[in-house]
Design a protein around this ligand. Structure first.
Ligand SMILES: C[S@@+](CC[C@H](N)C(=O)[O-])C[C@H]1O[C@@H](n2cnc3c(N)ncnc32)[C@H](O)[C@@H]1O
Length: 353
């Protein structure tokens, strides 16, 4: 009798551990997951299942198609980061962020409180401008008798839609419009619709490849991450430079400046996708400009434009997606460039952030 109850008790304890581990392990980054999996067979099994899922889809099921990691050059199964499909407000450097499978990143509100959904902050990003008027159209893609689109938010003329984009700027409907997320003029707000994969290269680290043919002008993805003030961007860049001089470290802090015709910078957007980002954080540099073009997309009701990538030419399945990180190289001892293009300068662009 005693033997029997001991057996039940110990089985229950093991089951409890299993249940608990299934709840906790999916929140852990790669290194912590690896240490947990070395402690016992049950944890190893759970950790293995989590690893398989993470390799299968970097977007943690937040995009339409899974974005797998493929590595045939070393033993790193995937790159750990927190996935956000769109821009979020910059977080304090020290704040812990968690992300279970299939949900938006979360941060603890206080030590004793549960988590808050980080994508709620996107609302704040896009509602900064109150006096910006959006549209009140019933159908934003309605064309007038003269062949123009009725919706005042469209910037692309109907004849250009579906063709290769020529403009470096676009406007879309946004939070101050009455239309919903399924509006035809919210092309860049609906996530990644093309099939992509993240492939490890021996000298460039991870990179993004097309997993299907992509026609010229097709929207690829937004550069999503933490939206930073210039002061915070400078602080982080300094930290990343120090880190990459001692250990192998890839940062993904993008600064885009808009210039007046005089050449003077009038607006800058700083997006850091190093800790929280989307697929765009893996896009490598090419000195010849690559096959992507950067477009600043303004949506009605938002103060700052979003940075989006479109195919600048037809892209074949298996081709790497690249763009130019810039032309300025301030550091003589900058990182070596392995883009392989005929116009390769030998060094990656580096600018004073
Ligand atoms: C935005 S990340 C791109 C993804 C990165 N390869 C990774 O593994 O996470 C930028 C970093 O990628 C590497 N990189 C990007 N383009 C490169 C190139 N053409 N040659 C060598 N390294 C490159 C550099 O380490 C750079 O700091």
């Amino acid at each position: 009798m005693f033997q029997e109850s001991k057996k039940i008790c110990s089985r229950t304890a093991e089951e409890e551990l299993f249940e608990c581990a299934e709840l906790v392990l999916p929140w852990l980054p790669l290194s912590d997951l690896a240490s947990m999996s070395s402690t016992c067979k049950s944890l190893r099994q759970i950790a293995k299942a989590i690893t398989t899922r993470r390799i299968f889809d970097a977007s943690r099921s937040l995009e339409k198609h899974p974005i797998p990691f493929i590595n045939t050059v070393d033993a790193q199964p995937y790159s750990y980061f927190i996935y956000t499909p769109s821009q979020i407000l910059g977080l304090p450097d020290s704040s812990p962020i968690y992300q279970p499978w299939g949900s938006n990143p979360k941060i603890p509100i206080s030590n004793s409180c549960p988590m808050t959904d980080l994508n709620l902050t996107i609302g704040l990003v896009s509602s900064v401008v109150e006096n910006c008027s959006g549209c009140v159209c019933k159908n934003c893609s309605r064309v007038t008798k003269d062949g123009d689109l009725e919706c005042p938010c469209w910037s692309i003329q109907p004849e250009l839609m579906g063709s290769c984009l020529v403009s470096e700027m676009m406007t879309e409907c946004g939070s101050s419009c009455v239309c919903g997320l399924d509006c035809a003029n919210r092309l860049t707000q609906q996530g990644v619709s093309v099939r992509l994969k993240i492939v490890k290269h021996r000298r460039k680290g991870w990179g993004v490849e097309a997993a299907q043919f992509i026609g010229c002008g097709k929207f690829i993805c937004e550069y999503a991450g933490e939206l930073l003030t210039t002061e915070e961007a400078r602080k982080r860049q300094q930290k990343y430079d120090e880190l990459s001089s001692s250990v192998h470290f890839s940062s993904a802090l993008l600064v885009v400046r808009e210039h007046l015709p005089s050449g003077k910078a009038c607006m800058r957007v700083n997006i850091d996708a190093t800790r929280v980002g989307n697929i765009a954080r893996f896009i490598n540099h090419s000195c010849d400009g690559g096959n992507l073009m950067t477009v600043l997309v303004r949506s009605s009701g938002a103060l700052l434009p979003r940075i989006c990538f479109f195919a600048s030419r037809d892209i074949q399945e298996g081709e790497e997606l690249t763009f130019s990180y810039g032309d300025v190289r301030t550091r003589l001892k900058g990182l070596q460039c392995f883009c392989g293009s005929s116009g390769c300068v030998g060094l990656l662009p580096s600018e004073q952030t």
